[in-house]
Design a protein around this ligand. Structure first.
Ligand SMILES: Nc1ncnc2c1ncn2[C@@H]1O[C@H](COP(=O)(O)OP(=O)(O)OP(=O)(O)O)[C@@H](O)[C@H]1O
Length: 335
């Protein structure tokens, strides 16, 4: 099977606190997954589960403690960011933070064209910019001479997607691309990802806490909890028949996006979060209605169940009666 991007045993440890009370948090813990060509793959979970750190490492903004990123069969070298080429582009959560309010939006487009030598004349550059903007429902004339404040958040996010498309990337890394966009415009953006996949064979790594759009737009999904992937499979398998008690809980209570909760320099983990990160065995055991003794001692590996992979000791043995294993939503403690 052809793999466009592979993430292999990725681990990132952050050291928090002062000299006196130093704590090591494994924000990304032995995470492995791959993305196929023309596939939309979601990395989903609550705020603080490690999905953005994973994306930041893939993009080369953060260095992994261990593990590897393999792009088009090429392994990340120690001193070169081979994966971060024109073949991969990124889109971020806050489109207003992407563009400097004092610069016209078109300047960003011309800069990208120049950096990657995508046109030999101004006219050629405008034609390329216009073609990419048309894919997101805009034209060059719509943005010529305008500043970021003259656009809505949804328009600006579409503009940042058009800019990412300038280099004809094969993979777009989209970190919460719709969480700051009006609900009414979200679908136009996620539909665009589908179109890019279907018409141009583009893959998308869709980082989100929003399982509804993930289900709508994605082919496969990995659910993360406290740095670990707890379940991975097709969106049908994982979201329609969730096996891991945490996925079941997530489905029952999708947390709201809260941009204020993003990391902003000073890290203060809640006691619960810290305790879960440092926990031996399954990190979800403290909240899991099915926790067994083994869950508090042994970290569960990913077990293969019905084509999906689930990191849960409930699935360690030979197949049991699924009705016993899959808790109904009412069985789960929503604390
Ligand atoms: N630079 C950093 N230094 C220390 N700790 C960090 C740093 N970046 C992230 N963390 C911690 O790592 C854990 C994972 O954070 P990460 O941002 O990857 O999660 P997330 O699921 O993407 O959440 P969000 O959607 O809020 O960004 C959190 O506990 C966070 O506080």
């Amino acid at each position: 099977m052809e793999k466009l991007l592979e993430v292999e045993n990725l681990t990132k440890i952050f050291t928090l606190g002062s000299v006196i009370s130093r704590v090591k948090i494994t924000a990304v813990d032995d995470v492995s997954f791959f993305i196929k060509p023309a596939e939309i793959f979601a990395l989903a979970g609550e705020s603080g589960c490690g999905k953005s750190t994973t994306a930041r490492i893939i993009m080369g903004f953060e260095r992994a403690t261990s593990g590897a990123i393999i792009h088009n069969g090429r392994r990340e070298g120690k001193n070169e960011k081979v994966w971060f080429t024109e073949g991969i582009q990124a889109i971020f959560q806050d489109p207003f933070a992407t563009f400097n309010p004092l610069r016209t939006v078109e300047r960003y487009f011309f800069e990208t064209i120049q950096n990657y030598r995508l046109a030999t004349s101004r006219q050629g550059a405008i034609e390329r910019i216009d073609a990419k903007l048309r894919l997101v429902g805009l034209t060059y004339d719509d943005l010529a001479g305008k500043y970021p404040s003259e656009f809505s958040g949804g328009q600006l996010q579409r503009i940042s997607i058009a800019r990412a498309l300038l280099t004809d990337p094969k993979l777009i890394i989209a970190d919460e691309p719709v969480s700051m966009v009006d609900a009414s415009l979200r679908m136009s953006i996620v539909n665009l990802f589908k179109r890019l996949r279907d018409e141009f064979g583009v893959s998308v790594l869709y980082i989100t806490h929003d399982l509804a759009t993930a289900y709508y737009v994605c082919d496969r999904i990995a659910i993360m909890f406290r740095g670990k992937i707890v379940e991975i499979g097709t969106v049908e398998q994982v979201l329609m028949a969730p096996k891991h008690p945490y996925t079941q809980l997530l489905r029952a209570s999708i947390p709201e996006a809260d941009p204020q909760r993003r990391w902003q320099g000073v890290i203060r983990l809640s006691d619960v979060e810290q305790e879960e990160y440092l926990r031996q065995g399954c990190r979800f055991a403290g909240r899991c209605p099915h926790a067994m003794d083994v869950c508090r001692r042994v970290t569960p590996p990913l077990f293969e169940i019905d084509g999906a992979q689930v990191a849960c000791h409930l699935y360690a043995e030979a197949p049991r009666n699924d009705e016993v294993l899959i808790a109904s939503q009412g069985d789960i403690d929503h604390a």
